[in-house]
Design a protein around this ligand. Sequence first.
Ligand SMILES: NC(=O)c1ccc[n+]([C@@H]2O[C@H](COP(=O)([O-])OP(=O)(O)OC[C@H]3O[C@@H](n4cnc5c(N)ncnc54)[C@H](OP(=O)(O)O)[C@@H]3O)[C@@H](O)[C@H]2O)c1
Length: 251
Amino acid sequence: MAVIVITGASSGLGEALALRLSQPASTMHLVARRGERLEALSPRIRERGATPRIHMADVRNREAMQEVADRVLEEGGPPDLLIANAGIRGEGDGDSAMALEEILATNVLGVAHSLAPFLPSMRQARRGQIVVVGSLAGYRGLPGAGAYCASKAALMAWTDSLRLSLEPDGLTVSLVNPGFIVTEMTRKNPYPMPFVMSADEAAERIVRGVERRSPRIEFPLPMVAMVRLLALLPPRMGDWLLRQSSKEKGH
Ligand SMILES: NC(=O)c1ccc[n+]([C@@H]2O[C@H](COP(=O)([O-])OP(=O)(O)OC[C@H]3O[C@@H](n4cnc5c(N)ncnc54)[C@H](OP(=O)(O)O)[C@@H]3O)[C@@H](O)[C@H]2O)c1
């Protein structure tokens, strides 16, 4: 019997995780703004023997997320697994102040709003796993995606801190940093996506990492090596490499 909460379950990685984690006797709390997409997912969750619960909510709204948590806690107590997956990449100029405001509201504050209302009861129960979905883009600012990269970099520092703060209470925190995944977010990407994978395959890798309670779940390996190396290089050298790669892609 498990209580699982997933934000951003209406498409892409969140939907794939919801299906992959659905098992008999589990209650799957699915959170997103597009309620009709969650309704459409529900029968597939039921087919796997789990019980779906739909929560139409915006992670940017602190009160709305508190209400979601109140409903979850009232029904089944603190979650065994809480996955803050909802995120956006944004449209237009990804380096602008407006993009920063919009993206941080969802990708950073939205994660905080998704976790905070559950923490007191999880701490009291002294059990539960917290999983936050970041990105390999958090390792290094990439041209035209400053706000997105900054949001995912913030999650790295924040979850490192949270992991140690919650450890004495018996809670574990994992950050997931995937490379490219085929979802609504990337479908219209005009550039090549090296080592791209399906949402199902990504969900499979995440579940394996969650089972091991890995502090960081990162994949695919060649991309992990590339971004980590890029982050270690002196900025001038990293900039040079990124410029060369933009020239090769013709933009
Ligand atoms: N795709 C990739 O290549 C890739 C790579 C690395 C990391 N990621 C991360 O993976 C996570 C999932 O993204 P995805 O690729 O699966 O994209 P996606 O298909 O666009 O899914 C994004 C999900 O987040 C939800 N969401 C967005 N804003 C929300 C809000 N304000 N309130 C509630 N829910 C919200 C969306 O639901 P509604 O629109 O219905 O609210 C949707 O379910 C994100 O954190 C993303 O940054 C993706």
